[in-house]
Design a binder for this molecule. Structure first.
Ligand code: ACO
Length: 330
């Protein structure tokens, strides 16, 4: 088989979440909300929070060690490290460089990727592209976030939604029919106002004024995001299936970005898949942005749900807006 036909598969996947669990009841004790509202409107029951000494790279490194063991991979064999994150340890150096040093992947180069909640799927396509081109044999792809570090805990519209975590996948080369089959990636910057962290970059650098204005946290117009996420995620799944002449019936398991159970149900319905085919763990972790899909894949791996030969669909949507879908033959 020529290099142009080869693709990439996930040889091992691991996850890490911080030990501290915050429940809906915890929020209800301190603000005007309830377990009933949060559960009905989002599907979230609890989420994991990092402490003040823990950053995204710490979770990423923990998840990576598990993924390496499951894939039977030596860190020295890693060619590329991609960390999808909106909450790097710091603007630079990249979190990928911190991971590279910690795990001793001295033969690898690495960088961070910003595509918000869709970051893992964007990274998956980059990993496959490196491998397909023969530029890499082994890629470490991480989706990791500490969203609680940029959450406004006085805003009940957003603070109940987010959690921290990281998932790491080792991608290796393989021959079809196994591996990543196809993908759809999209973005629309005209809708960038709907979810953003307004300050902290070159447009509005950190200052006393930006801190006082509370502009270093996530600001979201939830209803608008909800409407776009439901439509664009289902469109992306349908498109990637159509590109391969497939339908929802052909998919064994759908792994949607875990932002809201009602969005997930709407995507499944529009894509023609019953909820029995949809992996859901939003009740345990909330919205972990770029970590959401690898957390779900890692849990599915641990539960023995992922079986060789299954057709897996991934779909995500996030700030930008960015969104995309991928099909994998497991
Ligand atoms: N507890 C109780 N009431 C609340 C809470 C809360 N935690 N939050 C909001 N409400 C109230 C609002 O104040 C509002 O009250 P009002 O009618 O008196 O003004 C009412 O509930 C309805 O609020 P809406 O925002 O209109 O409710 P909606 O149905 O849109 O649900 C939600 C809100 C859950 C945030 C939803 O919009 C959503 O999930 N949006 C999508 C989020 C998402 O997918 N993000 C993905 C990208 S994330 C990323 O990129 C990092």
């Amino acid at each position: 088989m020529s290099d142009s036909q080869r693709t990439a598969y996930i040889a091992g996947i691991g996850m890490a979440v911080p030990p501290k669990v915050v429940t809906n009841e915890d929020f209800a004790r301190t603000m005007d909300t309830s377990d009933e509202w949060i559960t009905q409107m989002t599907g979230i029951k609890e989420r994991h929070y990092t402490d003040e000494n823990t950053a995204t790279s710490d979770l990423a490194i923990e998840a990576t060690r598990i993924a390496l063991e499951r894939a039977g991979t030596d860190p020295l064999d890693i060619d590329v490290i991609i960390v999808a994150t909106a909450t790097p340890d710091m603007p630079f150096p990249s979190t990928a460089c911190l991971v590279q040093h910690a795990i001793g992947a001295t033969n690898a180069f690495g960088y961070d990727l910003t595509a918000a909640c869709a970051g893992f799927i964007f990274g998956l396509v980059q990993a496959q592209t490196f491998i397909k081109a023969g530029a890499a044999d082994t890629v470490l792809l991480i989706g990791g976030e500490c969203l609680t570090k940029i959450t406004d805990f006085s805003d009940r519209n957003t603070c109940v939604l987010f959690g921290d975590g990281a998932g790491a996948a080792i991608l290796k080369s393989c021959d079809p029919p196994r591996g990543i089959i196809d993908y759809v990636l999209k973005c629309d910057g005209s809708l960038s106002e709907y979810i953003k962290q307004p300050a902290g970059g070159s447009r509005r650098p950190p200052s006393r004024e930006t801190v006082d204005a509370g502009d270093h946290v996530i600001r979201m117009k939830g209803r608008q995001v909800y409407v776009h996420a439901s439509k664009k995620m289902s469109d992306a799944v349908v498109q990637v299936l159509e590109q391969q002449g497939l339908t929802g019936d052909d998919v064994d398991l759908l792994f949607p970005h875990q932002a809201n159970i009602r969005i997930i149900q709407s995507v499944a319905e529009r894509a023609g898949m019953p909820m029995e085919k949809v992996f859901v763990n939003i009740h345990k972790y909330g919205n972990t942005s770029a970590a959401s899909i690898p957390l779900a894949l890692a849990e599915a791996w641990e539960e023995g749900v992922l079986k060789e030969g299954m057709l897996i669909a991934l779909v995500a949507f996030g700030s930008g807006f960015t969104w995309g879908s991928a099909l994998i033959r497991w």
